[in-house]
Design a binder for this molecule. Sequence first.
Ligand SMILES: [Zn+2]
Length: 169
Amino acid sequence: MSRKLITYPNPVLLQPARPVEQIDDFIHLLVEDMTRLMYENRGIGLAAPQVGESLRVVTVDLSGPDNQEELTVYINPEIIHTEGEITSEEGCLSVMGYQSRVSRFEKIKIRARNLEGQEVVQEGEGLWAICMQHEIDHLNGKLFIDHVSRLKRAIYEKKLSKWLDPKKE
Ligand SMILES: [Zn+2]
């Protein structure tokens, strides 16, 4: 099976993803595909719905595609504690041609399982916290453009509909 990156407004991106019940070969192959596509598209995080699988799986590597040194896999991640607020510029591999400032919690604590099925609790701030909130949003069918003002969103939707159908006014 050859998976590829899917983009908004594909409906898989807009629905809540199912929890993973068993970490089997299917999940291992999914994680391989996600990791490959994340690096190929020069991302630092990816959620399974972005490759068309409605499952609660996230890959993150903040060292980036040129280093590939800090790959972490989160199965069924949940935010269990939040603190503070931080605003930064975000973009998304599944949302073509758009970036915007988004407000997030500054620090978070999450609980998840790793690829070996062990429970992991991780706490962090900065880029990691922003990235995790962005990816967990994907698992809930939410995109970063859901956080921007209605006006900015409307301008983006109009631009996008022209890209998708250039004949449209
Ligand atoms: Zn994204």
